[in-house]
Ligand binder design. Structure first.
Ligand code: FAD
Length: 455
């Protein structure tokens, strides 16, 4: 072993359970650690995502004793320059499977730069779990079963006494992005991720089956931002699970993330296009004032507004309410899912193109395993059922805090419902539901299922 290796951090901002990093370290005497900021991506990312990334990079740098290089530019160009400057003998990284990452790898390949790829941000990389006829799965349940038979590796060790190269000051261009005032973003970094995972294992995980749908309680792991940036690997999480019902349901959620990654990998255009193209022909409304009111959490429907305000305040939203607000946008306001997905991508710190686009398409009724389009979420019933005490609504909507648990879901039915400035409903849900079904009828999706729907 001799020479100097380079490890390119991508969506894997951690030291533990990182086989590509271990390969980089074992390939040479010393290793340069590099993160590349691609300005074209940074410009598209919202302030929240940028702030979270800046925090995560600072934490990673702290963990490696101030030896992280951060440079800005197109990945292929930066890798070429850095490899020359530091006399690098081999470059190592984990693979990516979403469209941006795949394109970056193609550009690097075209530029004649060789990279040794090891692992990915998934327990099982997209493309690995296949049907017996070697095609890819289009339905989740058989994918989950096949995935279980395929199996995944145990977590990898943390490097012991690695030798990291000290980059020059000029090559440590850390971003200074911070979150807007009053926004409460989750703490980033590997230590925060592992702490959260341990706390969840010792707490909410055993009752995950019971509370995961209740947005007013802290019943889910909130690991999504950490998984998004690879501050913890799903292998580490899966290795801590047992066979109880709660653990099994949690294991299934981790698998949803990998299912959507697999679906997007095989259908890269579905990050923006309809998975079931029949829905592209539906009549939709142009986003205008109602869309703005949805974005700002002022639709007059308490559970919808609480969720949108949570997103604006924390850069995160509970899964149950992601479904509620998505359904409301598509089926009550008749706006195409892509507008909502783009808004989510701007504000979510766990923004993941596969889970986001396919979470939206699932709710909109045009995705894989889609809940049928005609099943329209009733925002009032969703509130009553999943926030029965109104705790979630009360937390994010001060104008409704004075109302009882019963009245908080229907402020229009009580005399003082609007006394603290809460807005009136922008639509009549019952009427919009019928309108939605009428538009569905026009494209006759119900009568002509798309062939992609079959397992
Ligand atoms: C419209 C819509 C948009 C979404 N956008 C995103 C997104 O951009 N990024 C993202 O990570 N998730 C997205 N999800 C999935 C899900 O809402 C979040 O992963 C979850 O709320 C994160 O919170 P948690 O970590 O506490 O989840 P937990 O309930 O603790 O689940 C653990 C992990 O399993 C995975 N997971 C759970 N549910 C899902 C799911 N339905 N689909 C895919 N993976 C899942 C996540 O990685 C999550 O961190 C979206 C869902 C919908 C309906």
């Amino acid at each position: 072993m001799a020479g100097r290796s380079l490890f390119w951090f991508r969506r894997d901002l951690r030291l533990a359970d990182n086989p590509a990093l271990l390969d980089a370290i074992s390939a040479a005497d010393e290793t340069l650690l590099l993160f590349i900021i691609d300005q074209s991506v940074a410009d598209r990312a919202g302030e929240y995502r940028r702030a979270y990334l800046a925090d995560s990079l600072a934490k990673l740098d702290e963990a490696v004793g101030g030896r992280l290089a951060v440079m800005t530019g197109p990945p292929a160009a930066v890798l070429r320059d850095v490899a020359g400057t530091y006399h690098i003998t081999s470059i190592h990284a984990a693979r990516e499977f979403a469209p941006y990452g795949v394109q970056a790898e193609a550009d690097i390949n075209d530029a004649g730069i060789e990279i040794e790829y090891t692992g990915s941000i998934y327990a099982i990389a997209p493309g690995r779990v296949q049907k017996p006829d070697r095609s890819n799965y289009r339905v989740y349940s058989p994918f989950f079963k096949a995935r279980r038979s395929h199996g995944w590796r145990a977590p990898f060790a943390t490097p012991v006494s690695p030798r990291f190269i000290q980059p020059s000051r000029a090559d440590r261009q850390f971003p200074t992005w911070s979150s807007p005032a009053k926004v409460l973003l989750q703490e980033a970094g590997e230590v925060a991720a592992l702490d959260r995972w341990r706390a969840f294992m010792g707490g909410g995980l055993s009752s995950y089956d019971e509370f995961r749908n209740i947005p007013g309680v802290d019943g889910t792991s909130r690991l999504s931002p950490h998984l998004r940036w690879g501050e913890i690997h799903p292998r580490t999480i899966l290795a801590g699970l047992n066979q109880t019902t709660a653990h099994e349901i949690f294991r299934k959620e981790i698998a949803w993330r990998e299912f959507y990654a697999d679906v997007l990998y095989h259908n890269p255009l579905t990050s923006r296009q309809y998975y079931d193209p029949a829905f592209a022909a539906m009549r939709y409304d142009t986003p205008g004032q109602k869309f703005e009111l949805w974005c700002s959490g002022n639709t007059g429907f308490p559970i919808v507004d609480a969720a949108m305000r949570q997103l604006r305040l924390e850069g995160w939203m509970h899964n149950r309410t992601r479904m509620v607000v998505a359904s409301f946008l598509v089926k009550d306001l008749h706006i195409e899912w892509q507008y909502g997905a783009a808004f989510f991508m701007k504000y979510l710190v766990d923004n993941d193109v596969a889970s986001n686009s396919h979470g939206w398409q699932w709710t909109a009724g045009c995705g894989t395993d889609a809940s049928p389009y005609y099943r329209v979420f009733n925002p009032i019933e969703q509130g009553r059922r999943f926030d029965p005490e109104g705790n979630y609504i009360r937390r994010y909507i001060p104008e409704l805090r004075h109302l009882s648990s019963k009245d908080i879901h229907t402020p229009w039915e009580v005399l003082d419902g609007y006394s603290h400035g809460y807005p009136e409903r922008i639509v009549d849900h019952a009427a919009e539901r019928l309108e939605s079904l009428k538009r569905l009828e026009e494209i006759r999706v119900a009568k002509e299922p798309h062939p992609l729907r079959h397992v």
